[in-house]
Write a new protein. Structure first.
Length: 186
């Protein structure tokens, strides 16, 4: 059996050494693949042809999965709103379901980056009247009850959304929200 401790440069010039080499990172593996690529190149003298990223998360501050752990950073709630809308539209959970999704998404994107962003940035200075108005619009865009959104202080994270949209019995998919399955942990 060949030794596993041989220098990594010993395969240079061989057929194996000339084969394309890629690192693949999916989800949290995308940040790890960047570190791995650096280690392979700097410490092991192994040149890569590329790094492939799928469902990358390169800025954890933008993740809808735990934004409550970084108070004051509201961008995840704004960025995920069109996804919530598309999911609710697909599952026919919008009160006034439009026939076409694209015009609705353009409207939601504009709302997310303007009125919604301003309401979130207002924090505790947001009036109850304005909070209720924003919650009503969020309800129209997400299919979630306005009172639920208000109790969440206008901030619904990814896990809450996927467990709430279809009721207590079903949960939407994490990576492809068109899919749904039985709720395991209500």
């Amino acid at each position: 059996m060949p030794s596993r401790t041989s220098s990594s440069s010993s395969c240079r010039g061989t057929a194996a050494g000339n084969s394309p080499k890629y690192v693949f990172g999916e989800s949290y593996g995308t940040t790890r693949s960047a570190v791995l690529a650096s280690i392979l190149e700097q410490e092991k003298s192994l040149d890569l042809n590329g790094v492939i990223l799928l469902s990358q998360i390169l800025n954890f501050d933008d993740s809808p999965d735990g934004p409550q752990f970084n108070p004051g950073v509201n961008l995840p709630y704004e960025l995920v709103l069109p996804t919530y809308t598309a999911t609710a539209w697909y599952h026919h959970k919008l009160a006034n379901q439009p026939a076409a999704l694209e015009p609705l998404l353009r409207e939601v994107e504009k709302f997310a980056l303007s009125d919604y962003a301003q309401a979130l940035d207002a924090g505790s200075t947001l009036t109850q009247e304005r909070k209720s108005a924003i919650a009503a619009r969020l309800s129209a865009y997400t299919g979630l009850p306005a009172d639920y959104i208000e109790r969440a202080n206008l901030r619904v994270n990814g896990g809450e959304f996927e467990k709430t949209l279809l009721g207590s019995e079903m949960t939407t998919g994490r990576l492809d929200t068109r899919f749904a399955g039985p709720t395991i942990d209500r």
